[in-house]
Write a protein that binds this ligand. Sequence first.
Ligand SMILES: C[S@@+](CC[C@H](N)C(=O)[O-])C[C@H]1O[C@@H](n2cnc3c(N)ncnc32)[C@H](O)[C@@H]1O
Length: 316
Amino acid sequence: MTRLALAAPAPVTALRRELARAFRDGGLDTPDLDARVLIGHALGLDHAGLVAASERTLDAEEHARVMAMAARHLAGEPVARITGVKEFWGLPLALAPAVLVPRPDTETVVEAALAAVDADGPRDRALRIADIGTGSGALLLALLSELPAASGTGTDVSVAALGVARHNAACLGLAFRAGFVACDVAAALTGPFDLIVSNPPYVPSPDLPTLPPEVRDHDPWLALDGGGDGLETYRAIAREAPRLLAPRGHLVVELGAGQADRVGALMAAEGLVVGTPVRIDLAGIARALHIRRRDASVGLHARPGKKALGLSPNTH
Ligand SMILES: C[S@@+](CC[C@H](N)C(=O)[O-])C[C@H]1O[C@@H](n2cnc3c(N)ncnc32)[C@H](O)[C@@H]1O
């Protein structure tokens, strides 16, 4: 077992090096970053503050606090769970046990959604957004931060998660444009939406016990469990999307590794048009799929079909 050897009192720099060494020896992925974030959190300092305090010697209580956090991390607890905060799309998001830690991969969905919005016109138009399975509110809040006249609704089956999302919206000054509702998938939504995003649970149930411990033991299974084949929530989204999307609306979903073709096929089976290329994340995995309503190509001025006539504006 990896040991932390440095006794108090120790200067910040020495402690950072010692923690990074222990994390590296413990096989953790980002030892230097983790050491910096944990010490900064324990001392209430951001990156600049930590650099400025590099020669400062911690008192015994601060030292004990850092060591306790480091021990939890060495035991497998992710840094974000220890600090209770994770940055997503440059936004600090509070966490709680009920929400997934937002992943950098999910920023691919934000990129794809913004690319779709940009292709249609300026960002300052009054867009209506839905985020299905909002968790911490990561996707909805990232999009609202980029789209100044947009408003949106996040759904989740977890009432506790919705509380976290509401808190994050308020802290980011976005609460007046963000609503949150407890429901299964999109049952409480009426639309129409110009943009629907979702990072649904997509791990096949039988794979859950084999996930890496830092995921299996610390992320809520409700956020991970995609049913027998991992695709159950995609099927539900595909069934709901035709009724919820505005005539030129976009749907962007995150994908689990290797799911692009199967998710594309089940969206097409509901009459939706699947776009290409699929957006690739930093690890080279097809991560975000862009989907539209079939009538998108004929535009807003074409003769509307029955579904388009049935849509009522601003009801979300
Ligand atoms: C993979 S997490 C995504 C969280 C957040 N959107 C993100 O990207 O970090 C999936 C979320 O969907 C929620 N969820 C699971 N099943 C659901 C369902 N049937 N309807 C609505 N939300 C659901 C979970 O509680 C969880 O918050």
